[in-house]
Ligand binder design. Structure first.
Ligand SMILES: [Zn+2]
Ligand SMILES: [Zn+2]
Length: 336
């Protein structure tokens, strides 16, 4: 089977031909239907301390169909379509019990979504119904991050929310702010390019934050919001976010900036601002995201700006290191 491999920063990502992995007890084999390219596929292959291990398989926003079932599998069967939590988890260690399966002490990594097939432990496969497309199945992973963000940021019904950035994380925040009953939801971006999709995902308004029109945000949000979500990952955004929240409000960092990003503690203290640094999701966020996709009228599939085959992935990732218009690109490993 073919799968994308990271060869260390500065070296091209390669598509390698490998033997299929053996199938053990409690495991299923998937044929991957779709796998989204994540901002972290760019930033975690860029030569910082956060890089993936050299030689590791890539792709963690995947969905696929069960094509083989190992011994002792109870919950999944042939033909099930599942979203993949990118780590098998034991459910019993301290991290698992705290709802942080990504840090499970014994679970195997389930990377390799940029590949034709993949073996996962059955509890890492979250079945989705026919009403959810394979494209949406592969959006469960990024969008579940938005739910975790607001659980950690303690969003209350009716809270007003400002979301800075309209990439995948910004749109995940928009989606879950709406699902969780937020009040006014405003998205601020550098350009108008993603305003339409931000509104389609549930925002009430979208504004361009620029020197030319410094009052644009105030017109959209006359009083400072209860929560500000930083979803760009750019240096300088954390303090900008803090500067726009109400006194006593919260800032949620969702952009996964891999560089130092200074904040001014006294400034934030004088407003008693809380800052939250969530990562990813718990199994319940995956389940809730699938339920929301199934029940909801907002179709997150609109976020997918492009599909590509496996062979295009290495050049695509290099393109995405620079300024680009790609929003959510999904790899279709069975194509091409
Ligand atoms: Zn991701
Ligand atoms: Zn565990």
């Amino acid at each position: 089977m073919r799968v994308a491999v990271f060869n260390g920063a500065g070296n091209p990502i390669t598509i390698e031909d490998m033997e299929d992995d053996p199938l053990g007890p409690g495991e299923v084999r998937l044929e991957i239907g779709r796998c989204g390219v994540c901002g972290s596929d760019i930033s975690f292959t860029s030569g910082t301390a956060f890089d993936y291990a050299t030689g590791s398989r890539m792709g963690h926003e995947s969905a696929g169909t069960v094509i083989e079932v190992g011994p002792d599998v109870a919950a999944l069967k042939l033909g099930d379509r599942v979203s993949v939590l990118p780590r098998g988890y034991c459910g019993e260690c301290t991290s698992c019990r705290m709802g942080r399966p990504l840090f499970c002490e014994t679970g195997p990594a389930h990377m390799g979504g940029f590949g034709e097939r993949m073996v996962i432990t059955e509890q890492a496969g979250f079945r989705f119904p026919d009403s959810v497309s394979m494209a949406e199945g592969a959006l469960v992973e990024p969008i579940a991050c938005g739910r975790r963000a607001f659980r950690m940021g303690r969003l209350q019904k009716g809270d007003s929310v400002l979301i800075i950035g309209a990439g995948s994380m910004g749109l995940a925040a928009v989606y879950w702010a709406r699902q969780l009953g937020a009040g006014r939801i405003v998205v601020a971006t550098r350009t108008r390019a993603r305003h339409e999709i931000a509104l389609a995902m549930g925002a009430d308004a979208a504004v361009v934050m620029s020197q030319d029109d410094p009052d644009a945000l105030k017109r959209a949000l006359p009083t400072p919001p209860d929560l500000v979500v930083e979803a760009t990952g750019k240096v300088g955004m954390l303090q900008l976010a803090a500067g726009n929240v109400r006194t006593g409000g919260g800032v949620v960092s969702l952009g996964m900036c891999v560089h130092a990003d200074p904040v001014i503690p006294a400034m934030n203290a004088f407003q008693e601002i809380s800052m939250f640094f969530p990562v990813a999701y718990a199994p319940e966020d995956f389940e809730a995201t699938i339920r929301a996709f199934d029940a909801g009228t907002i179709r997150p599939g609109a976020m997918v700006s492009e599909t590509a085959d496996l062979d295009r992935l290495p050049t695509l990732i290099e393109e995405m290191r620079g300024p680009s218009n790609h929003l959510k690109v999904q790899i279709v490993p069975q194509a091409g």
